[in-house]
Design a protein around this ligand. Structure first.
Ligand SMILES: [Zn+2]
Length: 142
């Protein structure tokens, strides 16, 4: 069953059992998680930081930016969470998915360029190692 509305719950730790239609938000760990809104049962983990996702609250309803594209799941679902509503997109073509990824990458590059310009220096080694560890952590969880 596809989920049409989504609520949120602020938690310290993401619970082991996620309920349908709830976006769990852990501020201490800058992470949000929910069950894929198509009803397939997959867990969607969305790190909350400037290069991944962000949440916004309006009138007690949650929005998640950017959209959720579960290309790595069998369902390949793609939707937006806006004001507590789940907005569905079509199943995107490979080309459209690739284009979306390119845009994402450019935004990230732009973001890091801006940071580096602000700092006037390349990211420190500790920051780079931190990112590598984070990426590895993501990889191991798959
Ligand atoms: Zn799904």
């Amino acid at each position: 069953m596809t989920i049409k509305t989504i609520d949120y719950e602020l938690v310290e730790f993401i619970p082991e059992q996620l309920e349908d239609g709830i976006l769990y938000i852990s501020e201490p760990y800058n992470t949000a998680a929910h069950k894929c809104c198509c009803g397939c049962g997959e867990e969607v983990i969305t790190p909350l930081n400037p290069t991944d996702w962000s949440v916004k609250f309006t009138n007690g309803k949650v929005s998640l930016f950017p959209s959720i594209g579960n290309w790595s799941f069998a369902c390949r679902s793609h939707y937006w969470v806006r004001g507590g509503q789940v907005l569905w997109s079509y199943d995107m073509s490979e080309e459209a998915i690739q284009r979306g990824r390119d845009i994402d990458r450019k935004l990230k590059e732009q973001y890091f360029e801006d940071i580096n310009r602000d700092k006037g220096a390349a990211p420190s080694w500790t920051a780079r190692i931190g990112n590598i560890l984070k990426a590895l952590g993501k990889w191991l969880k798959k």
